[in-house]
Design a protein around this ligand. Structure first.
Ligand code: SAH
Length: 247
């Protein structure tokens, strides 16, 4: 061997184990994080959701499957499975997991249901719905949130969610009637265009009331008439107009 030159034949002997251990350790820590988040989801479903009376197995499976930590900003990922709403930007929040499960359960969704969501936010509720039903149409007033949610849901492989940016107060007439409507921002009164776009026999769940203190109301349409039932007091962000005023 000429001095000053390296013997390349021994390089793999040194480098390969180093590379292997690097890849192995990295994969290992990745697996650990995924396992930990799966365990956190299982605990969330047992202690926050089943414990409060949610029984629908499809809903429980969806809550076990959808990775909530991917839908919150990185700095809140560690808190993704706690019993709380969390900030998602633009002053908006992703709802508490139990409320997501409750609102989904009361809609009685089936595999072919067509659902309208008002308030896409992070896209988490849309993903939970898409696990259970045929198609989800979701409207978000902030373009930035709509496009972020659209990108994430595409990466996650959801093909049955369509998101548009706009004012959800007026619903999405072209795709109506909807078997179910879920509203995740609170107007002071139930928007008429939404009850109009509800199919016969359909259900709508909506928080109604003044800022940050509302009642979750379940509506059902039978023979063209709307029946209302208050479910539980809640605190949602307000439904706003395109100029930012409260509806
Ligand atoms: N379902 C969401 C929760 C989002 S919070 C999730 O799973 O993350 C409610 C959302 O409603 C906010 O993103 C807010 O920007 C949106 N919003 C408020 N008023 C709206 C309106 N008029 N039309 C559509 N979206 C609206």
């Amino acid at each position: 061997m000429i001095r000053g030159q390296y013997n390349l034949s021994i390089m793999p002997k040194i480098l390969l184990p180093v590379m292997f251990s690097f890849i192995f350790n990295n994969c290992n820590s990745q697996i650990n994080i995924e396992d930990k988040n799966k365990m956190k989801r299982e605990t969330m479903v047992e202690s926050q959701i089943k414990a409060r009376g949610i029984k629908n197995q499809e809903v429980l499976n969806a809550m076990l499957k959808v990775e909530r930590h991917l839908f919150v900003p990185a700095e809140f990922a560690a808190q993704a499975y706690t019993d709380n709403p969390l900030p998602i930007g633009e002053g908006q929040t992703i709802s508490q997991p139990y409320i997501v499960a409750l609102m989904t359960e009361v809609l009685d969704l089936g595999k072919t249901s067509k659902v309208l969501e008002i308030g896409t936010g992070s896209g988490y509720q849309a993903a939970v719905l898409a696990e259970i039903c045929g198609s989800v149409y979701s409207i978000e007033i902030f373009e930035s949130l709509a496009s972020k949610a659209r990108d994430l849901l595409k990466i996650l492989g959801y093909k049955n969610i369509i998101i548009k940016s706009g004012d959800g107060y007026t619903g999405w007439k072209e795709h109506s009637p909807f078997d179910a409507i879920i509203v995740t921002c609170a107007p002071t009164e139930i928007p008429e265009p939404l009850t109009e776009q509800l199919a016969e026999g359909g259900k709508m769940i909506i928080p109604v009331g003044e800022s940050y203190a509302q009642e979750l109301v379940l509506l059902e349409k039978h023979n063209g008439k709307i029946k209302e039932k208050a479910i539980v007091p809640v605190r949602f962000v307000p439904m706003i107009t395109p100029s930012g005023e409260k509806y």
